[in-house]
Ligand binder design. Structure first.
Ligand SMILES: [Mg+2]
Length: 276
């Protein structure tokens, strides 16, 4: 009986995975950036308290359509200059990337949801309903952030002190499960990210721990494999914050993301890895 149940469970799992893969295969390769009007909305913004949420949303859209990618690219350029100089000096250098709003943009969903976080529910952008986070992620519709993709590829041309490669790691706050992993890896590959060493996903058995704790553990795991993390890139401070032993990255790079916030915030004392 137990064997039959297990076999049925495997059957359901395989059928669901097949359905996801079929849906992914039909996803367009590069969704256009949505939400940027032909003429930007009025930039007038009344910043007196209480702030008007509708005007704040307008301001974010204006920023996204005009300056966001420039600011993003400028920060990635700093990371590139550093790794180009540093990688040849180190044995087994590694670079860590966050995924959402670091390697992949979810702008289409952010705009559709008017910057609201909707954890569950369907995601049909044509329905007029909010798009649930998990369904969005399973749909693998993130779009490569070009500066990060270019850095990722550039890193693959560098050599370390012994002529070895630079190891590339993803550490994401997305939860570890077979569907999320399949969709996330598919999305990364479809957008041009290939050849990473390992993709860390947040284990489901660490409730209560904030995401910075999990991400630090993942970086420590990389160090335990005798890699030297020369750079860590993320759009949240929770991607970069370390522990009492340090930040577990020689340098870190905070990419702009005014659209959502994942705690914890930047500690008052700052972060050593940001001092460069
Ligand atoms: Mg992120």
């Amino acid at each position: 009986m137990a064997q039959r149940r297990a076999a049925m469970g495997r059957g359901v799992l395989l059928a669901t995975m097949s359905a996801i893969l079929a849906a992914l295969a039909s996803t367009s390769a590069h969704a256009d950036v949505s939400g940027c009007p032909q003429a930007p909305p009025a930039a007038a913004f009344d910043s007196t308290w209480p702030i008007n949420l509708g005007l704040l949303q307008q301001r974010l859209i204006v920023y996204r359509c005009n300056d966001y990618l420039k600011d993003f690219a400028a920060e990635v350029a700093k990371a590139r200059a550093w790794v180009e100089q540093r990688a040849p000096q180190v044995v087994k250098p590694a670079v860590v990337f966050d995924i959402d709003e670091t390697s992949l943009s979810n702008w289409e969903q952010l705009y559709h949801n008017q910057f609201a976080y909707v954890p569950s529910g369907p995601c049909d952008l044509k329905s007029g309903m909010a798009c649930g986070q998990r369904e969005w992620e399973l749909g693998a519709r993130g779009v490569a952030l070009t500066p990060t993709l270019e850095l990722f590829r550039f890193l693959q041309t560098l050599k370390d002190k012994n002529g070895g490669a630079v190891a590339l790691f993803f550490i994401t706050g997305r939860g570890e499960d077979p569907f999320e992993r399949t969709a996330t890896e598919w999305n990364l590959r479809r957008e041009g990210y290939e050849g990473w060493q390992r993709l860390y996903m947040r284990p489901s058995n660490n409730p209560g721990a904030n995401v910075a704790v999990y991400k630090t553990r993942a970086r420590r795991d990389i160090e335990d494999m005798h890699y030297a993390i020369i750079a860590n890139l993320g759009d949240q401070y929770s991607d970069l914050i370390g522990d009492d032993a340090g930040d577990h990255a020689e340098r870190c790079y905070k990419l702009p993301n005014p659209f959502y916030f994942i705690p914890p915030a930047l500690p008052e004392a700052g972060l050593k890895c940001l001092n460069h």
